[in-house]
Design a protein around this ligand. Structure first.
Ligand SMILES: Nc1ncnc2c1ncn2[C@@H]1O[C@H](COP(=O)(O)OP(=O)(O)OP(=O)(O)O)[C@@H](O)[C@H]1O
Length: 272
């Protein structure tokens, strides 16, 4: 039986303290993020929004262990050493073209030598959740863009990581596919309450999915504000948009984000 703990009361899963990252380019140093401090709770769905170039991806890549911070501290509670610490879903399609849908989804489990009976059960479950049971033996080139992104999402969840890092996973999809995938993601997340860190440019998407929204400042990225999303779960995307709270929160977040977008435009190209 799944124990659902309200995110705000759950133990800390990720503690980020004064995190900074600078990159050396040929001509100068680029400060990507600066003094980022944030605690992400176990089972929380955290969305990150901010103007282009403010360091969202850099922060996520540090969380995913793909980049190292130049200052500050990052702690991720790794409660089950049999599980991977994190899985990443990217905007661009990142599934293996030479593997069937089934084998793509099974990949992480296979690498961890999970018993084949359990592996098959997990794969079947996720195939069903993302509506791809009929395409289990198809190869990626036989799928649409939306279907490929479904495989990415299913693979990441099936891998059962401690935290799931998603970098604008639906940005390249058309509106209809985006809504369908958001619904599927909500359905999967509501059934297993993984800790998810999800980058998006869309306030709308952040409100539909997130428990909290972390808003970053223009370059270099700091935490400007953190908003609690006061919308009931389980969420139905169609009815959510008619909720007056949705529009109120949208306006509040947009007025704060707009200032940063304007700053980013004014500062374009300026680096330290
Ligand atoms: N490997 C790198 N080398 C040099 N500079 C980098 C590197 N990676 C990122 N940067 C710089 O760090 C800053 C933050 O980039 P990042 O991609 O994290 O921003 P972002 O908020 O994810 O942007 P977007 O919303 O456009 O995807 C930018 O100025 C970028 O040019």
């Amino acid at each position: 039986m799944l124990r659902v703990v309200e995110a705000s009361r759950a133990p800390a899963k990720v503690i980020i303290e004064g995190l900074g990252k600078r990159f050396k380019t040929r001509k100068r140093w680029v400060v990507a993020i600066e003094e980022v401090t944030m605690t992400i709770r176990e089972g929380e769905f955290l969305c990150i929004v901010g103007p282009s170039g403010c360091g969202k991806t850099t922060l996520l890549r540090i969380l995913a262990g793909l980049e190292t911070a130049t200052s500050g501290k990052l702690e991720v509670a790794h409660r089950d050493s049999a599980k991977p610490l994190n899985s990443m879903v990217f905007q661009e399609q990142s599934i293996f073209p030479w593997m069937t849908v089934r084998n793509n989804i099974a990949y992480g489990l296979k690498m961890r030598r999970v018993d084949s009976r359990i592996r098959d059960e997990v794969v079947e479950r996720y195939l069903k959740l993302v509506g791809l049971s009929k395409f289990a033996d198809a190869y990626p080139h036989q799928l649409s863009g939306g279907m490929k992104q479904r495989v990415s999402v299913a693979r990441a969840f099936a891998n059962d990581p401690e935290i799931l890092c998603m970098d604008e996973p639906f940005a390249a999809l058309d509106e209809q596919n985006k809504i369908l995938l958001q619904e599927e993601l909500l359905k999967i997340w509501e059934s297993n309450r993984k800790t998810v860190v999800f980058i998006t440019h869309s306030i709308d998407e952040a409100l539909v999915l997130g428990d909290r929204i972390m808003l970053m400042t223009a370059h270099p990225g700091r935490v400007k504000a953190v908003f609690n999303v006061d919308l009931p779960r389980p969420r139905n995307i169609a009815t959510l948009r008619t909720n007056p709270g949705f529009h109120k929160q949208f306006s509040e977040i947009w007025s704060s984000l707009r200032e940063e977008v304007n700053k980013a435009k004014a500062d374009e190209g300026i680096c330290t």
